[in-house]
Ligand binder design. Structure first.
Ligand code: EPU
Length: 344
């Protein structure tokens, strides 16, 4: 059994080091849990005092809009276990606190393939199902088997399969009906020792043109592309894409293509089309723009960056972008990261 000494509760804790946007903010109460027993202790503490509970992982997909009331639980559970369910096919279970990219590298080293397109995504394993992380033509749900979570109100362990998670594009039950109800403790993925390389995504196909790449080479190419376009939060604080790519009706697409012939768009199976939010924002002149202590990344207009500002300043800039895109293209941009600290 794991030794699980009593958790340490910190009052009025500084959350700036715990969000990659590096905005200032405090938690009324804060604790770190290293294992399931500590997590249950933390829930006991909160439930006895009727404190709301907020989960914190790598802090890479959230915006702190204000201080957080109640108990913030920093999920630090670690461990990776694999079982071979058929020759060359593995169920690999990752504890929620495992760093995503380190887990991808570990799997590549073991010869468990499937995660290479998702290399270098910031954050921890436990957060990956919440927004169904995706990049370069692969989404978490493509490899997902199940997850374990603790229901906050009851402390009960629940197991959820792919269907129960209701995955969509940057979406899951954890952003909808299950929002704020669970602490995800473990994620199980199906990986394979037989490489199934997917280089359909245009920029990846271009980078690997003429090659028959190994999963390791795909991973290296993805890392290269990401480093060119996306700012490293260690150097320029950010939370990745700040908006979802909108999906628009065929009628609006036709109308917009009439006056914007070069507008990139991707047909969806339901006859609607996904348009890159980065292109829309870029067209409105925001790329590289700095507004006070916050701004828009110069190489990727979808990424808002922080030069020492607050969550409120980021939200103000986001609103200006949403207004401009609405005005010019009649498209409502939806914020992608979770906003913490605002009343429900
Ligand atoms: N573009 C612009 N201006 C820019 C950047 C891009 O016009 O400043 C246009 C280009 O035409 C480009 C198109 O937008 O072809 C798409 O750009 P990109 O390939 O960089 O991808 P994205 O749609 O902007 C999405 C994800 C990223 C993911 C990449 C690669 C969302 C919200 N974002 O971005 O995910 O890494 O595809 O698969 O779906 C994240 O979620 O945090 C994230 C970074």
């Amino acid at each position: 059994m794991t030794d699980s000494p009593t958790i340490e509760i910190i009052e009025n804790a500084d959350l700036q080091p715990f969000n990659t946007m590096a905005v200032p903010g405090r938690a009324e109460y804060f604790c770190r849990v290293d294992n399931q027993q500590q997590l249950l202790q933390a829930l006991d503490y909160a439930n006895h005092r009727r404190l709301p509970v907020t989960a914190l992982g790598g802090g890479s997909n959230l915006l702190l809009a204000a201080d957080i009331a109640g108990l913030v639980v920093h999920l630090n559970l670690t461990g990776i276990h694999a079982s071979e369910f058929a020759p060359g096919h593995f169920y690999v279970s990752f504890a929620a606190g495992e760093n995503w990219h380190q887990a991808v590298e570990h799997c590549l080293q073991q010869g468990w393939y499937g995660l290479e397109n998702l290399s270098l995504i910031p954050g921890n394993m436990g957060a990956a199902p919440i927004q169904n992380i995706g990049a370069y033509g692969v989404e978490l749900c493509d490899l997902f088997v199940s997850l374990e979570a603790i229901e906050i109100s009851s402390g009960e362990l629940v197991v959820m399969d792919k269907q129960a998670c209701q995955f969509g594009y940057r979406d899951s039950i954890f952003k909808q009906a299950g929002k704020g109800r669970y602490l995800i403790t473990q994620v199980t993925l199906a990986l394979s020792s037989e490489p199934q390389v997917n280089i359909q995504y245009p920029v990846l196909a271009e980078a690997l043109r003429g090659k028959d790449p190994s999963p390791e080479q795909v991973s290296a190419a993805v890392c290269r592309i990401r480093r060119e376009k996306l700012p490293d939060p260690q150097n320029i604080p950010n939370a990745g894409s700040f908006f979802k790519n909108p999906v628009i009706e065929a009628e609006l697409l036709d109308r917009l293509l009439g006056s914007n012939t070069s507008m990139p768009h991707f047909q969806q199976p339901d006859n609607r089309a996904k348009v890159p939010a980065a292109w829309l924002i870029d067209q409105c002149g925001f790329r590289g723009l700095r507004s006070g202590n916050v701004g828009v990344h110069q190489h990727q207009a979808l990424v808002l960056v922080n030069f020492g500002g607050t969550g409120a300043e980021i939200l103000h800039l986001a609103q200006q972008i949403q207004d401009a895109v609405q005005e010019r293209f009649s498209i409502a941009l939806e914020i992608e990261p979770q906003i913490y600290g605002l009343p429900e």
